[in-house]
Design a protein around this ligand. Structure first.
Ligand code: CTP
Length: 406
């Protein structure tokens, strides 16, 4: 039986020439046993009639934000009700305009309103002309949605309606359905009722009022874990150092700056959580007594150009007394002798698992959208080497392990 069987899916259709393919997509999702409700943008109706979808789905098609008040089915809060009803929303095709509206939270039609009210995961399959697809506005919007945990089914390359050739053609129906199946297989709401505390990003340790010591952590890995955990139904609190990333949906975020602030934020939340995932790259040292004014160059002119450093508290180690049955997962970035060093950290920090990666490997480490990691488990002393994967998928594998440990 397909994992799609019995699932409640909202199929969103936007104004693209590929909109006719949504009819085939609808049929295929239904054939696999899904209960599908179709939502269209008004411009989609220029490409395909709502009647096609209502006939195929045997259900009302939702399009008008302010439907005819004389019709008995015209209830004004359908977008909220559908948003609660669905197990997932799939927008295929999604246009550049709707992608931009999703980023900004603009709810100016029925489809975008549902997307904003949606509690379930959102999957989008873009379709547009190549020049629109590769435009920095679109690529940056798609990246932002990915950061929030939206699953993007990339378009295919080929001949487009304009006669041009390149990426932008809606993914084939089979591929979209395959991704939805994989999604439902791997993403049951299997973390429902679990409370996960995640730290992310670098810390900044002030030198004076304007300067600081920090590191190159982008926070992406921790944000991916937060997004994936929330998509699987966990209650997620994310404590992050300074990063320029969007907060994933259904994630409660607290911003901190220094290692000391990170320590106190983790300390406040530790008793609440069932699992602690420490992806944060916490600075090992801070500057002793940084003045709250800018230090002048001349102050170092006498040759005393030295900063006095003091060691920061190890957040993980200091939580050991509160561990109890909680699952603790650490991260280790190692350039040399990675596995041995990571195993040592696992033992010294009372961890159940440690995720190790090497920033010198292609596609791994700072600022990338992918990562190649090895997960080392404490108990069995067992290790799983993962291939190069998008950080969201790496996050999924880490959560699979956490679920087993919980
Ligand atoms: N960590 C922590 N508190 C610190 C430093 C690190 O809780 N002050 C956590 C990190 O969030 C990570 C794990 O410990 O999950 C390992 O971090 P890492 O910087 O690799 O370890 P260190 O003990 O600092 O070792 P080193 O820098 O010497 O490799």
């Amino acid at each position: 039986m397909s994992s799609i069987s019995g699932k409640k899916i909202i199929l969103g259709v936007c104004g693209s020439i590929a909109a006719y393919k949504s009819a085939f997509l609808l049929r295929e999702l239904q054939r696999k046993g899904a209960d599908v409700r179709v939502v269209m943008t008004p411009s989609a109706s220029n490409f395909i009639a709502p009647l096609t979808f209502s006939s195929l789905s045997h259900n009302q098609v939702y399009m008008d934000m302010f439907p005819d008040p004389n019709r008995p089915t015209s209830v004004g809060t359908w977008h909220i009700e559908l948003g609660i009803w669905a197990d997932a929303m799939l927008i295929a095709p999604v246009t550049a305009t709707t992608i931009a509206k999703l980023v900004q939270g603009i709810a100016d039609n029925f489809l975008t309103s549902i997307a904003l009210a949606l509690r379930a995961p959102l999957v989008i399959a873009p379709a547009m002309d190549t020049d629109m697809y590769v435009h920095p506005a679109t690529t940056s919007n798609i990246s932002k949605l990915k950061e929030r945990g939206v699953i993007v089914i990339e378009p295919e390359e080929g001949e487009l309606a304009s006669g041009l050739s390149g990426p932008g053609r809606l993914a084939e129906v089979d591929r979209i359905v395959g991704r939805m199946e994989a999604f439902f297989e791997g993403h049951h709401r299997d973390l429902e009722g679990k409370k996960i505390l995640i730290t992310a990003g670098p810390t900044q340790e002030p030198i004076d009022a304007v300067r600081f010591i920090s590191n190159r952590s982008s926070g992406r890995m921790g944000f991916a874990v937060a997004a994936a955990a929330a998509n699987r139904g966990a209650e997620v609190r994310l404590i992050t150092g300074p990063v320029s990333l969007e907060t994933p949906r259904n994630v409660a975020r607290e911003n901190v700056r220094t290692a000391d602030e990170m320590l106190s934020a983790v300390g406040k939340n530790i008793e609440w959580c069932d699992a602690l995932v420490m992806t944060a790259a916490i600075a090992d040292y801070k500057v002793a007594n940084p003045p709250d004014r800018k230090i002048k160059k001349s102050e170092f002119a006498d040759g005393s150009s030295k900063l006095e450093l003091v060691e920061n508290v190890d957040v993980l180690k200091s939580m050991a007394s509160k561990k109890g049955k909680r699952v603790f997962v650490g991260f280790a970035l190692e350039t040399d002798d990675a596995i041995r060093n990571a195993r040592e950290k696992l033992l010294s920090k009372s961890l159940d698992a440690i995720v190790v990666n090497n920033p010198r490997e292609e596609g791994a480490g700072f600022g990338t959208e992918t990562n190649r990691v090895t997960i080392i488990l404490g108990k069995e002393d067992e290790k799983t080497e993962l291939p190069l994967l998008p950080k969201y998928e790496v996050a999924g594998r880490i959560l699979d392990q956490i679920l087993k440990l919980l």
